[in-house]
Structures are given as C-alpha cells and as structure tokens.
Design a protein around this ligand. Structure first.
Ligand SMILES: NC(=O)c1ccc[n+]([C@@H]2O[C@H](COP(=O)([O-])OP(=O)(O)OC[C@H]3O[C@@H](n4cnc5c(N)ncnc54)[C@H](O)[C@@H]3O)[C@@H](O)[C@H]2O)c1
Length: 233
C-alpha cells in the first residue's frame, strides 16, 4: 500500500488536474480550513467526488471516511509532486512583446520559479533590465546556464529562430523548455533529455471558438425542435 510521502507515477490527466487541487487547497489553508471532504472539493472544483477520491488516491491514503482530507498534508504532498517545494531557476530567451510580458509577471517568482536572466540578440535590449532581471547577449547563454545550474528555459523567440536556440540549449544542463513559439521542437538524441511543454494561446482560442459554435448550434437545434414541438424545453 502507498504510504503518505511516497511518490508514484501518475497519469497525465491527473497531473493536469493537480494545479487545480493545489490552488484550491491553498485557498482553503488561507481560510484556516483544516479538513475537507471530497464532496466539498467537488462543489468547489466541479469534478465528481469519486473522481477526486480516485485522483487523490494516487498520492497515498490521505482521505479517511468520515474525516475527509487533511488540507495541509494534501497541499504539501501535491506541492512536492508538482516540484514546487524546490526553487527553479529559469532563463527567458527572446525579450520581445511576449517575453517582456512574461518577465514582468511576478507571480512565477512567488511560486518558486525565478527568471534569473534574459537573453536576446537585439543590441538595444542587451544591458537593460526587465523587472530587475538583466538582459544578456544570447552568445553568453550556454555558459550562463551551465554556470548557474538553470532548470528551465522559456522560449519567446520568433519561430524561425527556435531551432538554433534549441540547438544551444541542448548543450546545457536545461531540463525543461517552456515553449511559447509556434515551432515544433523535435527531440533528437541531444534534446531527448529535455522535457518540452508547449503553450499555444491560439489553440485555446480555437477551443473557445468551437465551444461558442457548439453552443450556437445547440440553440439553433432547440429553436427548430420547439417549432415542431412547442412544449419542448
Ligand atoms: N504561445 C503563444 O500563445 C504566443 C502568443 C504570442 C506570440 N507567440 C510567439 O512568441 C514568440 C515571440 O513573439 P513576440 O510577439 O514577443 O515577438 P517579438 O518579435 O516581439 O520578440 C522576439 C524577440 O526575440 C529576439 N530574438 C530573435 N532571435 C533571437 C535569438 N536567436 N536568440 C534570442 N533572442 C532572439 C528578438 O530580438 C526579439 O526581442 C513568437 O514565436 C510568437 O509566434 C506565442
């Protein structure tokens, strides 16, 4: 049986829900809530209570019948699983529109993700600071990353520059790339050890568009149905 504190491999679907649990438990802690039931969590999060019990069972036997979950214990455990109990050093590559917006977002630091350097090729940017973080020449990136044991690179360079940057990153100790460019980062022998997480706002917008369309379609179908069956709800 899994003991609290032991970490086992969990599915990607569960991992994607973990930040929601983490934020929710954090809010409960702020409100001095010591324990919570899966039913309470279900009301807050919108997942079914049985889904929640199943998800959280991945991390040990935290829940007790009639007691629920110990909020602090579960919060601490999820923070460990998400790797939030350690400080992550990050660099940002590409200090343009998006890069500057991300560098100015102080919430990353609050959660232990510290952007310690920014790299760019533009001589007008090199030497300046964004949110107190210095911008260096991309020429110095490889040395800097290895010297400072950086974990994560945030990629906000133009699409056609991505491959070159990734080539350099693959020679460093970087473990993860948070890729905001539209470029597909292919993993070869060099980049195999680097985990890539893609963020595509456009995909999210398309999903929203699909849902709006679907909603409109449902309304249209309902209107047509009501014409034929006026009592239909
Ligand atoms: N993921 C998303 O949802 C999303 C949203 C908007 C933009 N983007 C993408 O993010 C990237 C940046 O967009 P932007 O609007 O900030 O562009 P931008 O042109 O304003 O900024 C790009 C920056 O990268 C720098 N740069 C160019 N080559 C470089 C290199 N080899 N090394 C380091 N820096 C280099 C440029 O000097 C510039 O400062 C683009 O690929 C864009 O398509 C993604």
């Amino acid at each position: 049986m899994e003991q609290p504190g032991e970490i086992k491999k969990v599915s990607m679907a569960v991992i994607k829900r973990l930040p929601k649990y983490y934020k929710c438990l954090g809010n409960l802690l702020k409100n001095n809530v010591e324990r919570v039931s899966s039913q309470d969590l279900s009301k807050i999060l919108g997942f079914t209570a049985s889904q929640i019990r199943q998800d959280l069972n991945n991390f040990g036997e935290f829940g007790q019948q009639g007691y629920g979950y110990n909020v602090l214990q579960l919060y601490t455990e999820i923070s460990k699983i998400l790797g939030l109990n350690t400080l992550h050093k990050m660099v940002l590559v590409g200090a343009g529109n998006l890069g500057q917006a991300l560098a100015n977002y102080s919430e990353f630091r609050t959660h232990g993700f510290d952007i310690i350097a920014i790299f760019d090729t533009n001589p007008n940017l090199i030497g300046r600071k964004i949110n107190n973080t210095p911008i260096y020449s991309v020429e110095d990136m490889e040395y800097f990353i290895n010297e400072n044991d950086v974990d994560i690179a945030i990629l906000t360079v133009p699409k056609d520059k991505t491959e070159k940057v990734v080539e350099v990153l693959s020679k460093t100790c970087i473990r993860g790339i948070w890729n905001f460019t539209p470029a597909e980062i292919t993993t070869d022998d060099d980049t195999d050890d680097i985990i890539v997480e893609n963020v595509h706002l456009i995909d999210s917008l398309f999903t929203l568009s699909y849902r709006i369309n679907e909603d409109k379609l449902q309304e249209r179908l309902l209107k047509q149905k009501r014409k034929i069956f006026p009592d239909c709800r």
